[in-house]
Design a protein around this ligand. Sequence first.
Ligand code: ADP
Ligand code: K
Ligand code: ZN
Length: 431
Amino acid sequence: MYFDKAEVLERSELEKLQVERLKKTIDLAANSPYYSESFKKNNINSSVIKTIDDVKRLPFTTKDDLRSQYPHGLLTKPLDEFVRLHASSGTTGTPTAVFYTQKDLDTWADLMARSLYAVGVRRSDILQNMSGYGLFTGGLGIHYGSERLGCLTIPAGAGNTKRQIKLIRDFNVTALHIIPSFALYFAGKVREEGYDPADMPWKIALIGAEPHTEYTRQKIEEELHIKAYNSYGLTEMNGPGVAFECTEQSGMHVWEDSYIAEIIDPETGESVPDGEIGELVMTTLTREGMPIIRYRTRDLTRFIPGQCKCGRTSKRIDRIVGRADDMLIIKGVNIYPMQIENIIMAMPEVGQNYLIELFREGFIDQIKVKVEIKDQYFVEDMRALQGLQKKIANKLRDEILVTPRVELVQHDSIPKSDGKAKRVLDLREVE
Ligand code: ADP
Ligand code: K
Ligand code: ZN
């Protein structure tokens, strides 16, 4: 029934293991420049941890802390010991990088294999990974986990729908990894190609990387004739395989033998009562090269009270309902409005004001940036304007990794608000 006996440990056993691993993590982390200084400042060492609740005595780590330590400040070992690097999307301007030793990669692959197993994937399955590879963890992360489980794994990557469909049919693909917003678009493409999704060989879809509702999941299941399971992860905590649904589809099991999950009030930093929504805070327990302690994910969710019918003993988190910061996720890619501002405001042609619009075309999220152009550049010449539009779009694409629509507008034509400027207009309908 389970991939790893850690999934069904008694709570008391599990917490004992967590305490042991947390102490070890603190000792390891103390070898990194960042944590050695932070622990000294806060008078922390592993002996302050007696019960799992003592994790609250440790300081938080924020994205800004990671940025300030870029690139090597959190490493506990010489660079020679590391074999892989990933970077979170939406971070080219102010980067955070995560490094893995071979042992870290093995641990991650095991967690990922366990996650796949929990939703019914077996070694006889053939898995097509339709996530972008490269620096994204959704590519190699799912890939190595699928191989670890023993599945025939097809690294199809993102895009090229026609070829994706051909691969699926030719090789009898039974499991897909696909981002939710792409899944519905994909269903339409399958039909356009003349196939009935009900006749396709697939059975299981892993969907994640971006927030989506229960309604969207059901729609994906109906449109593709597939079972779809929610997959949660973030680069700072390895990538996918942090929390995963089981076949019960009633929340995502946090793999607590590898992570401590807390939910806090983002304003006060205090734990919220069980079942209430707050910010998810995560600590790695099995990472040796770059442990991260009490990481503020900025993702808002809640613990689901009670135990899951599947018998796994770990806590479950609910769907991510939002963010405690202004990060946007478009096509699975994380984008901060500040990245866009930094690029366009550095261009001499651009005036004071801009507006980011998010909308949905078909099922695909799109991003449009309205940019006010200075009067002297707002000329009659169409070619000049189109050239400028293209230049802005290209510069933005290089930074945010998604190609935005760019609309040039005249000086003073974007309405100004009295208070804080509203820079993002989200026109995507909420279900
Ligand atoms: P990934 O490649 O897994 O998307 P990133 O580090 O680029 O990793 O992005 C992580 C962020 O993506 C999370 O902090 C969260 O905001 C979002 N995310 C990942 N998985 C999900 C999910 N299943 N539901 C909602 N949001 C998710
Ligand atoms: K993401
Ligand atoms: Zn379960």
